[in-house]
Design a protein around this ligand. Structure first.
Ligand code: UT7
Length: 320
């Protein structure tokens, strides 16, 4: 059995408001807020990469919990924006934090990454393969954003969140689910090489490209169904869930999910308004923000669900 025993987050210092984009493209603060809810986001500095943010999130985890991470035996970094493809981001974190004996692996599942990471860590700990697993969602999306595409560049931000998974007396992970619509793979991509997905031509320019309307429709149409399925799988009802924390892609998506479920928005923490869409870091940021504001507390039942590029999703119900 396993649980999250420590948790931390980090956002870079540089705050970017919506007016920043008005200086070089045809957009405005009002459009961005009304279509996305985003007011600000953070951008990493030149020379500051995903593994740097990941390390800061782990340092925050250590500061908050006082836990010893020197004997962590596996590090999972969930990211779409690693410093480079090889060595992986987890290996950079291992080196920078001086964790001697950790296995290192990256999970590459875009905005669902952090939850996939938790699922893998749970499997490792519960099977006894590893005892102390760090799961980190970390992104420097500003470094892979197409700043000539006004429909996407206004969305993204940089951040990191980290959780430590360890054995426990009681099981804290109540249920998991996941699934993928690979047939929609071309609707949200980043390609360095190949110029087609599903026979649809794509631009291999190494920047994020999306069909925003298609992703929006898929998320709003599918995620409430997957939330209901997950709750049923756990043998619970919606009333048993203290907070639903969906990936913070767009405030309108989050509101549509809450409305579909008839679930109160004040129990749906988000990080998108302050930090933009930070992909695999967005769920940790939303949890941390809610905790700071007196929302989520230890012992609460949280339903976490990430979704995005793939198009893929992953969810869990966890006792915080
Ligand atoms: O983490 C998962 C990754 N991605 C997502 O979750 C994205 C999901 N999708 C979305 O968040 C939304 O689809 C967007 C925010 C990307 C776009 O919002 P929308 O309400 O779907 O807008 P739209 O694409 O339907 O565009 C509406 C209009 C268009 O003009 P016309 O054709 O109606 O004249 C766009 O050209 O808004 C225009 N537009 C803009 N106007 C001002 C698009 N981007 C901008 C902009 N500023 N930045």
């Amino acid at each position: 059995m396993s649980q999250i025993t420590a948790f931390g987050t980090y956002v870079p210092e540089k705050v970017i408001d919506n007016h920043y984009f008005e200086s070089f493209m045809d957009t405005n603060d009002e459009w961005i807020i009304s279509r996305t809810g985003i007011k600000t986001r953070r951008f990493s500095k030149d020379g500051e990469y995903t593994s740097d943010l990941a390390v800061k999130a782990v340092e925050n985890l250590v500061e908050q919990s006082g836990t010893d991470i020197s004997d962590v035996d596996y590090i999972i970094v969930c990211t779409t924006s690693p410093d480079q493809p090889m060595p992986n981001a987890a290996s950079r974190v291992q080196y920078k934090l001086g964790i001697k004996n950790a296995g290192c692996n990256d999970v590459y599942a875009a905005c669902a990454g952090f939850i996939y990471g938790l699922q893998i860590a749970h499997g490792f700990v519960n099977s006894g393969v590893y005892k102390k697993v760090l799961v980190i969602g970390a992104e420097t999306l500003s470094k892979i954003t197409d700043f000539e595409d006004r429909t996407s560049c206004i969305l993204f931000g940089d951040a990191a969140g980290a959780a430590l998974i360890e054995p426990s007396e009681e099981e804290h992970f109540i249920a998991f689910n996941s699934g993928t619509n690979g047939d929609l793979g071309h609707d949200l991509y980043l390609s360095h090489k190949k110029n087609s997905i599903n026979g649809v031509g794509i631009n291999p320019h190494g920047k994020i490209v999306q069909n925003g309307r298609s992703v929006f429709k898929w998320a709003v149409g599918n995620i409430p169904i997957k939330i209901r399925e997950l709750i049923a799988k756990a043998g619970l009802t919606l009333d048993d869930i203290d907070y639903i924390v969906p990936h913070s892609a767009n405030l309108r998506i989050i509101e549509a999910i809450a409305k579909d479920l008839n679930y109160p928005m004040d129990r749906v923490p988000e990080s998108v308004t302050e930090f933009g869409n930070t992909s695999s870091a967005s769920i940790p940021l939303a949890i941390a923000k809610s905790e700071r504001n007196g929302g989520i507390k230890k012992g609460d039942k949280l339903l976490l669900i990430g979704f995005g590029g793939g198009l893929t999703f992953a969810g869990t119900i966890v006792i915080w």
